[in-house]
Design a binder for this molecule. Structure first.
Ligand code: FAD
Length: 344
């Protein structure tokens, strides 16, 4: 790798700075953008370069507000592209705008949220810029020689691999919501905005948005960002017992979720799955009832402040990372907890 690094083409030498795409959709910024700015700050400091946010959207108050907010989460500068064509997310329009900004200002590292929008946009931009993209990273670091070391699970989550983009720029990565903590918000930020004009017209874009229909996405994001989550696994034995999870969650004002086999059995919808191929959560309290704690589940929950496990097997893997363990039958403990919290 060291020898390949030396052969970095001359045209990549002027690639600098760490960039984060601020995901703005329908006037709302996805919080993963702020989480990535927090992590991007560490990478930028390590490299001794600036941290930039990229804001793309229609010329509205919400777009300008998003640009201003980026400074509150650590950006030194914001590249702002405003155009009526960017009113709704469409791959062609956004990929063209982001590619154009990258070609003009040349980032060293480009980070996006591994959301529906971010995954789509990252792939389109990486193929146009002919660079490497590491998807769904769980860890980002800067190596001794300044390369981005992007770590992600592989082989069904049984191994972690660290991937380098050697002789291509920018080095691109996506990260799922909640993998990184939200950085503290600065109340009096400073920074500068670089206005970038994208030259395109509505006629250039063949995709037309006819209607917008909100779906269970709302439930997904509530689960990912919930303060308290109660989840069930196969230890609940039968589908009816999942009601006990829902009842405790309702009593605590919590969101509910479950392990992957429950989705496969049709006990819960796919957007309630927690883990490597489901949601990553970072609640203050996570209660796992009848869940073994397999690695693919663990990676989605280990950011929780307090993990409470209810499992009949004292040797279950979940007890390796739970903070509180109740070695007992979840079918009895869940209603007891619901009664106890109802009394309060
Ligand atoms: P089990 O492993 O069967 O565990 C049930 C637990 O309940 C046991 O520990 C048992 O001791 C306990 N138990 C039994 N009876 C009781 C009782 N009465 N009261 C209390 N406890 C009891 N899994 C996920 O969850 N999320 C993912 O995103 C995910 N992604 C995956 C991706 C890949 C590529 C692969 C290969 C697997 C993935 N899995 C995922 C599946 C994962 O490997 C495990 O199979 C799964 O998490 C196990 O679910 P479970 O804990 O509900 O069931």
């Amino acid at each position: 790798r060291a020898s390949m690094k030396k052969e970095l083409p001359e045209r990549f030498r002027n690639h600098r700075h760490v960039w984060v795409v601020v995901e703005l959709e329908r006037g709302e910024v996805h919080p993963v953008s702020w989480e990535l700015l927090g992590e991007g700050r560490k990478l930028a400091d390590r490299l001794g370069v600036d941290l930039a946010g990229v804001v793309m959207g229609p010329p509205t108050e919400a777009t300008r507000r998003a640009a201003g907010e980026a400074f509150c989460y650590g950006a030194d500068l914001v590249y702002l592209a405003e155009h009526p064509v960017l009113a709704q997310y469409r791959t062609e329009a956004y990929a063209r705008a982001l590619t154009d900004i990258c070609e003009s200002y040349k980032p060293e590292i480009l980070l996006l949220g591994a959301t529906t929008l971010g995954r789509d946009l990252a792939g389109a931009v990486a193929t146009t810029l002919l660079t490497g993209l590491t998807a769904d990273c769980t860890e980002l670091a800067v190596d001794q020689d300044g390369s981005l070391a992007a770590t992600r699970p592989t082989f069904g989550g049984s191994l972690l691999c660290t991937i380098y983009t050697l002789n291509f720029r920018p080095q691109m990565a996506t990260v799922r919501p909640r993998v990184f903590a939200l950085p503290p918000r600065v109340e009096t930020p400073v920074g500068r905005i670089v206005l970038h004009t994208v030259q395109f017209a509505e006629e250039d874009i063949v995709t037309k948005v006819l209607d917008f229909v909100p779906d269970a996405l709302t439930a997904k994001s509530q689960l990912a960002y919930a303060d308290v989550v109660v989840a069930g696994g196969l230890g609940l034995q039968q589908q009816e017992n999942f009601q006990l999870v829902k009842q405790l969650a309702a009593t605590l004002g919590a969101e509910y979720g479950g392990s992957r086999p429950l989705v496969q059995k049709g006990w819960i919808p796919a957007d309630r799955q927690i883990g490597q191929t489901g949601k990553t959560i970072r609640p203050r309290v996570y209660i796992a009832a009848g869940i073994s704690g397999a690695i693919q589940h663990r990676v989605g929950v280990e950011g929780a402040d307090l993990i409470v496990a209810i499992n009949t097997d004292p040797n279950a893997p979940i007890y390796d990372f739970a903070h509180v363990g109740i070695v007992a039958d979840a079918v009895q403990i869940l209603p007891a907890l619901t009664r106890a919290f109802t009394r309060r």
